[in-house]
Design a protein around this ligand. Structure first.
Ligand code: 4AD
Ligand code: MG
Length: 433
């Protein structure tokens, strides 16, 4: 007899198998017990019929408590009524680890309670589905960039630079000097692009943002591709191709997870159709002003969530908003060739109110301009000499972007809060568990 995972049940119909599982829920009468089981690969039902098993086994089935771990032995049958399509008729139960008073019962719990029990909550069906999709998006990211000729370049987590501005830095000691947790791997990715042409970084990034919104994490994972000999228009094409690839990969490989989440697959299919619309920041401001819903919106301001949601709802697919005011963007962006009030950049806004999932730009190449920008941003030029070297020795037009993994997972899974998109979220008031 073979020991299998639940996910492989389809290959063992009418066979006798053994599976290591946890009990998620159960229902029983005098003659039959229905055990809801999970093993990390899928969820399905075990049926224990009193007349077909020993008295001891039926007693175990009736008494077993939520989250007890056990080996069940039995025969796989098709079960057309469930999401999963198969069940196991159990003959034997061997208890592995007892579980008493599991805190997360099948009834409703408040968010704080669930967050305090995140280490256990991860076992639930919805979380399982989200983590499956997150994993698929990570896998597809490596597939996409490798197939496009990129290599992964690991940027450091401990840094002495602040690419995205100084207000959101996490400070730490580095022996006898100061260091910061990385906000972005971009500057290092730029060095990588000058060495290897096309690179991407993919690592944790940290922002000491005092914002308590559905879209902000303190620690999040970012994918940052950087391409040498590339202008912004070509970068936008890679961005939309990548996002469509992620959505397609989830549609192809996460059908079970999408079904658990109740995510509309037809809606997702729309997002695989390219190109995505492109509008300028100027046009975005005009749309907002003409809507009548944002009477105070003025050219020069950054968009908040309501503005981004309004703009994205205008389109049925993600939309690029291009060329933002220079004053609200970081120091490294390329100035516009004919206007000095905007930079050559774009944010990609996701539909359905999920906001910005990508920020990117062409990079400034003139070392004198960059040095002035660094000073103006209140940064110490000495910390950026290495970065300026990239412009002194064979500088080329180059562009890049950053996709926030959790923003993208939240959008593709259709979750309402970004805390669900990462196993252990770091939020303004939470670092436990
Ligand atoms: O727009 P941002 O700040 O851009 C950068 O960091 C650039 N260095 C990227 C690049 O060009 N290489 O961040 C990029 C993306 C955002 O679009 C968003 O998806 C995500 O990172 N992001 C966050 N996700 C979760 N919580 C936060 N606090 C986030 N801040 C940014
Ligand atoms: Mg941004």
């Amino acid at each position: 007899m073979q020991t299998i995972s639940i996910i492989d049940a389809k290959n063992h119909v009418d066979e006798k198998v053994k599976i290591g599982v946890w009990l998620t829920n159960k229902r029983s009468s005098g003659k039959i017990a229905f055990l809801q089981l999970r093993d990390g690969s899928a969820f399905f039902q075990g049926v224990v019929v009193k007349n077909n098993v020993s008295e001891e086994v039926f007693k175990r089935a009736k008494e077993v408590k939520q989250e007890t771990s056990m080996y069940v032995t039995g025969t796989i049958h098709e079960d057309a009524r469930s999401h999963f399509g198969y069940e196991i008729e159990i003959e034997d139960i061997e208890i592995v680890g007892e579980s008493e008073n599991y805190p997360i019962t099948p009834k409703e719990h408040g968010t704080d309670f669930l967050m305090d029990h995140r280490h256990l909550w991860l076992r639930s069906k919805r979380q399982f589905a989200i983590m499956q999709i997150r994993n698929e998006m990570i896998r597809a990211t490596y597939e996409f960039f490798n197939q496009e000729g990129f290599i992964k370049l690991d940027s450091p987590i401990l840094t002495g630079s602040a690419p995205e501005g100084t207000t959101e830095l996490f400070h730490t000691e580095y022996f006898d000097r100061d260091a910061y947790l990385s906000q972005s791997g971009q500057l290092y990715a730029e060095a990588g692009a000058m060495a290897y042409g096309k690179v991407f970084t993919f690592g944790p990034t940290f922002r000491a943002e005092k914002s308590k919104t559905r879209r902000h994490l303190i620690e999040f994972w970012m994918i940052e591709p950087e391409m040498a000999f590339m202008h912004q228009e070509e970068s936008l094409e890679i961005q939309e191709k990548y996002v469509a690839f992620l959505v397609q990969a989830v549609l192809d490989n996460c059908d079970y997870a999408l079904t658990i989440l109740g995510r509309d697959k037809e809606v997702l299919k729309e997002y695989t159709k390219l190109p995505y619309p492109r509008i300028s920041y100027d046009e975005a401001i005009k749309l907002l002003q003409e809507s009548g819903e944002f009477p105070d919106v003025k050219w020069g301001e950054d968009f908040g969530s309501p503005e981004e949601t309004y703009l994205a709802n205008h389109f049925s697919k993600p939309v690029f908003v291009m060329n933002y005011p220079k004053a609200i963007k970081p120091f490294y962006m390329k100035p516009h060739p004919t206007r000095d009030d905007v930079v050559v950049c774009a944010d990609l806004l996701a539909p359905e109110g999920y906001g910005e999932i990508i920020g990117g730009s062409e990079r400034a190449v003139d070392p004198a301009y960059l040095e002035a920008q660094i000073k103006q941003a209140g940064l110490d030029v000495a910390d950026y000499e290495w970065y300026l070297d990239l412009r002194r020795f064979g500088s080329v037009p180059h562009s890049g972007f950053g996709l926030g993994l959790e923003r993208a997972v939240t959008w593709i899974t259709g979750e309402s809060h970004i805390r669900e998109a990462i196993p252990f979220p770091r939020l303004l008031n939470r670092i436990y568990p």
